[in-house]
Design a protein. Sequence first.
Length: 42
Amino acid sequence: MTEIAKSNPAMQKELVPEFKKVLEREDNKGVKNIYMKYLKGA
């Protein structure tokens, strides 16, 4: 999903709230890091 958000700015508004939800429920630190990295750059 992060690659979609990077390449499609129109989708960013819809995807960022979803990324935050993923971070809340995700246990895998590797996955969390990917979403955190994107959110810091967004």
